[in-house]
Ligand binder design. Structure first.
Ligand code: URA
Length: 229
């Protein structure tokens, strides 16, 4: 049981009412290496995690956001798709990959018989960096435990990392994206296979690379099929 939960038990036994400013604020200040815990000391469940993320002030990005972008899709998805960070449109709508790059991602998923509803799509960062700049190391570190808990709760059979930033952060490497493609990686702190491909925003700028992205998706499908055998 957490210290806070024990304190509340004592106060309740003494018939002293406990007031908190806002339940979500009480949850929003866990150590950065953990997404936080519930009153009984257990790890956050899906709803509590969503609440904690939506109130997060761990890094300065909270100051400029319209809202956090938690992720979208099935909580029991076999596939998790992980991108970099919300852009302007995602910040406005509260959903990842809803701009032009998102439309292309939808098409890429459809090509391997997947859809937005059957996978889970999330980002390394839950808040939009200003002017679409790259996330900083500190911002990614602040957000890491939220994504880690999402992965734990969903327990996907495969992760598709889209783009260099997502791939390097998940795999804790500085290797260039080109050298990470075409291999079955393992999450550093888990057993889930990770396949790396290009970011759809890059593919919009360099459409001749779409063929390689198609190869990556076919490879991911193969790895996934081996997982379920
Ligand atoms: N790019 C990303 O990496 N994620 C989004 O949600 C949108 C654009």
């Amino acid at each position: 049981m957490s210290v806070e939960a024990r304190r509340r038990e004592y106060l309740k036994a003494l018939e002293i009412d406990v007031y908190t400013m806002r339940e979500s604020n009480a949850e929003a200040e866990p150590a950065d290496n953990s997404a936080g815990e519930q009153d009984d000391g257990s790890p956050l469940d899906w709803d509590a995690l969503r609440r904690v993320v939506s109130n997060c002030t761990r890094c300065q990005l909270h100051q400029g956001r319209t809202q956090t972008v938690f992720g979208v899709g099935s909580q029991s998805a076999d596939w998790m798709i992980i991108g970099e960070a919300p852009g302007a449109e995602e910040d406005r709508r509260g959903e990842p990959f809803v701009g032009r790059a998102g439309k292309l991602l939808d098409e890429m998923l459809r090509a391997v018989n997947l859809s937005r509803d059957t996978v889970f799509i999330a980002n390394i960062l839950k808040c939009r960096p200003p002017n679409n700049r790259d996330p900083s190391a500190e911002e990614m570190a602040s957000c890491r435990s939220y994504l880690a808990r999402q992965i734990e709760l969903i327990s996907p059979k495969i992760i598709l990392a889209v783009g260099r930033i997502a791939a390097q952060h998940l795999l804790e490497t500085d290797a260039p994206l080109g050298s990470l493609r075409g291999k079955k990686h393992q999450l550093v702190d888990g057993q889930v296979p990770v396949i790396v491909t290009y970011h759809p925003a890059y593919l919009l700028r360099s459409p001749t690379q779409k063929r390689k992205a198609w190869q990556d998706l076919c490879f991911a499908r193969q790895v996934m099929d081996q997982q379920v055998l």
